[in-house]
Design a protein around this ligand. Structure first.
Ligand code: FO1
Length: 310
């Protein structure tokens, strides 16, 4: 069994690659839910949905999030009432949020709702929220503290991030299946997701890090930083303002002690030696993932390498 820790688009891409490379039933994806928020009375879970749509093969190939070819008539109708839509919700995507919100209100927990939606979309892998309890990433900037989507979407990640907190995480309980999955896993993959706002909240859930430490699985992370830049999103800028070296070596320092190995891109080949000195095994490969076939190519190469060195 393989367990992937995933945030948004990068996590979804690698999860899809793994699901194509192995029996998809043998993959469990533990997903960040600290980006979740309420909008127009609906519960929005962007990372769960990004992973779900990607594994279902219906995600928008350009944005990476949302449903391919989705229309925005609902948002346009809302805009006609004078509400400025700052967060773009497609019509098919709205259906997901309406159903999720209704099921949560009826008393189902987030894990069960997610399972139901994923089953209906024909997904054979297991998608688990890190917790059934709400956790919210708060981004601290010189301009004050911002809710995550306000920082990420409304203000387009323009603010320098000087600190982060995960509101509610102390009271959150890890989804029980996440702890079981980590215990039983042969391999744990930390996807090329943002270490601070995607992987960070998952590891901050009480019990999660201990379960990972105690797991006998081989643990491998994939660097989201290539040649000093993030493949997508604000990870590089965040590393800089939070005082880290913006490189695959900086990522290795963040994950040393947590994982056994790191996958880096050819562009960072010179960093293989210093990363090795931190006690990590290193795979240098083409780590930018294109479409589904290329994600599978990457996953196969990484998993074959892990099987060789474990
Ligand atoms: N990201 C944007 O930059 N702008 C949007 O309007 C936006 C809408 C959106 C709707 C549904 C969804 O599942 C994701 C959406 N995202 C949007 C992406 C989302 O903010 C990020 O992927 C994550 O929260 C960061 O991992």
């Amino acid at each position: 069994m393989i367990v992937a820790l995933a945030g948004g688009v990068g996590g979804a891409k690698l999860s899809q690659g793994i699901a194509r490379a192995i029996d998809p039933h043998s993959l469990t994806v533990i997903v960040n839910t600290a980006d979740d928020f309420d909008l127009l009375g609906l519960r929005i879970c962007p990372d769960l949905d990004t992973v779900m749509y990607t594994l279902a093969g219906i995600s928008d190939p350009v944005q990476g999030w949302g449903v391919a070819g989705d229309t925005t008539r609902t948002l346009q109708a809302i805009a006609a009432f004078g509400e400025a839509p700052w967060f773009r919700l497609g019509d098919r995507d709205v259906a997901t949020h309406v159903l999720r919100t209704a099921r949560l209100r009826a008393g189902e927990d987030l894990g069960s709702v997610t399972h139901g939606l994923a089953q209906a979309l024909g997904i054979r892998s297991h998608i688990l929220p890190m917790s059934n309890y709400p956790v919210s990433t708060i981004v601290h900037t010189d301009d004050g503290s911002l809710e995550f989507q306000e920082y990420f979407v409304a203000r387009r990640q323009a603010d320098d991030v000087i600190g982060l907190s995960y509101l509610g995480v102390e009271d959150a309980i890890a989804h029980p299946a996440t702890i079981r999955a980590l215990r039983d896993a042969e391999t744990v993959v930390v996807c090329p997701s943002n270490p601070f706002v995607s992987v960070g909240p998952i590891l901050a859930v009480p019990g999660m890090k201990r379960a990972l430490d105690q797991s006998r699985a081989f643990k491998v992370a994939v660097s989201p930083i290539i040649g000093g830049n993030a493949v997508k999103g604000p990870a590089a800028k965040m590393m800089a303002t939070l005082g880290h070296d913006v490189s695959a070596l900086g990522i290795a320092r963040l994950y040393a002690g947590l994982v056994d190995a790191l996958v880096i891109d050819h562009a960072d080949a010179v960093l293989a030696a210093p990363i090795g000195e931190l006690g990590l095994r290193v795979l240098v490969t083409q780590s930018v993932m294109g479409g589904p076939a290329d994600r599978e190519r990457f996953a196969r190469e990484m998993l074959a390498w892990v099987d060789d060195i474990r």
